[in-house]
Design a binder for this molecule. Structure first.
Ligand code: UD1
Ligand code: F6R
Length: 371
């Protein structure tokens, strides 16, 4: 039932304040006069000691689920101190990469039925690793075959392009980072800031959804383009990959997410006065580096669309004029949840304006159960 919406993708983008609330329900503890704020993941509590002792954590997924894990990687590394590596499921299986008993492998899958991810799971089980699932589907193959895990509880996702599951996956993995990380005195302020940020996140998502009309205008401007680049780094490298994936899979426009730190190692050659480029430059430890990326793109007359934190327009347009999209600022590790929303809206409107099928893009299936 699409309710007042025309497409499932549109409905699922707009219901993210609610889906995130459901994802977090019962999992955040407000703390009291003498009790610290904390988190609870029922499905993992008996395994946390094993996870904390593991030699490394490996995230495995495909497509959007891989991107969600990439978004959560920095905070998991920061809070756990354990090395976190990333694997695209099919690539791990192709390489038969080394997996050890001392590893914790986290399988991220909305459907819980993706063939590549399942094959990687089988392989990790054979190698004796602890296998943790993060899925939206109770009773799915991933949920059944992993040793333990977390349901993201985002509600059924029908649009082929994953939207609300992506933001719920990131939130669950941020909670996972808090659950694995030790509650030391030195990390307390950071942990509390993240937990407060999680409580407030649905409100902030509501706020960023107000950019809907602005994103429709931007889509109108980009309707006939051949290609769109998206530059991000740090917490928002994943946002660049995921924003580009959304644009290409539904609007059928070529789009590429680029790690801004790699700009000079090739992509800069593409920049001219015609190619539109989205640069994600919200406030975090990488902000000044992104400012310098913007200046260098200006110097090559790049057609820039800059996403920045509210009130920062003047700080990101130095050196030239460009279109600016201002988003609410949240705790740095949660910013990817906010920043993807305007790009989901952009992909949606581009698709409608270009006249393509929003909920079932050509050649794609919601759940890829064959290889
Ligand atoms: C569980 C209940 C929830 C209830 C809550 C009350 C289920 C599905 N969930 O939620 O309805 O409100 O207790 O405390 O009955 N698991 C895996 N692999 C996965 C995902 C999950 O093995 O990929 C396992 C977990 O380890 C856990 C079980 O499935 O044993 C349920 O996981 P989850 O729904 O996340 O647990 P709770 O949040 O505690
Ligand atoms: C993109 C998309 C796909 C899936 C991928 C993994 O919008 O939907 O990239 O993310 O096929 O699917 P799951 O998460 O079900 O394993």
């Amino acid at each position: 039932n699409k309710g007042k919406y025309e497409h499932y993708m549109q409905k699922e983008i707009h219901e993210q304040p609610e889906s995130l609330t459901t994802t977090m329900r019962g999992r955040l503890i407000r703390g009291g006069s003498c009790k610290a704020k904390s988190v609870l993941l029922g499905g993992l509590k008996d395994h946390l000691r094993t996870i904390r002792r593991s030699r490394r954590i490996v995230f495995i997924g495909c497509g959007t689920s891989y991107n969600a894990a990439l978004a959560a990687r920095p905070i998991l590394e920061e809070l756990s101190g354990i090395p976190v590596t990333m694997e695209i499921a099919s690539d791990l299986v192709d390489r038969q990469g080394p997996i050890y008993r001392e590893d914790t492998i986290v399988f991220v899958s909305q459907s819980g039925e993706t063939a590549d991810t399942l094959q990687a799971l089988e392989y990790a089980l054979e190698n004796g690793a602890l296998c943790v699932g993060i899925t939206n589907t109770v009773g799915s193959a991933i949920a059944r075959h992993t040793h333990c895990g977390v349901h993201i509880n985002a509600g059924c996702e029908i649009g082929v392009a994953s939207t609300k599951a992506y933001t719920s996956q990131i939130v669950v993995m941020a909670i996972l980072a808090l659950a694995i990380g030790d509650d030391t005195i030195s990390s307390q302020a950071r942990r509390e800031a993240i937990i407060d940020g999680l409580f407030d996140l649905p409100n902030k998502v509501k706020e960023v959804l107000k950019l809907d009309e602005e994103m429709k205008d931007l889509a109108q401007l980009l309707i006939a383009e051949q290609s769109l680049l998206v530059f991000g780094r740090g917490y928002n490298y994943a946002t660049a990959l995921e924003g580009a994936l959304k644009v290409k899979e539904v609007s059928l426009m070529h789009s590429e997410g680029i790690l801004a730190g790699e700009m000079k190692h090739g992509p800069l050659a593409l920049v001219d006065e015609t190619l539109p480029i989205v640069v994600i430059a919200t406030r975090d430890a990488c902000f000044s580096k992104q400012q310098s990326v913007i200046q260098q793109l200006h110097a090559r007359k790049g057609r820039l669309i800059v996403m920045c934190s509210k009130g920062d327009a003047a700080s990101v347009t130095v050196g030239g004029s460009c279109r600016v999209v201002e988003v609410p600022q949240v705790e740095d590790c949660l910013q990817p949840v906010i920043n993807i929303v305007p790009l989901q809206l952009l992909a949606y409107h581009l698709t409608v304006l270009r006249g393509y099928n929003v909920d079932q893009p050509r050649n794609l299936a919601k759940s890829v159960t064959t290889q």
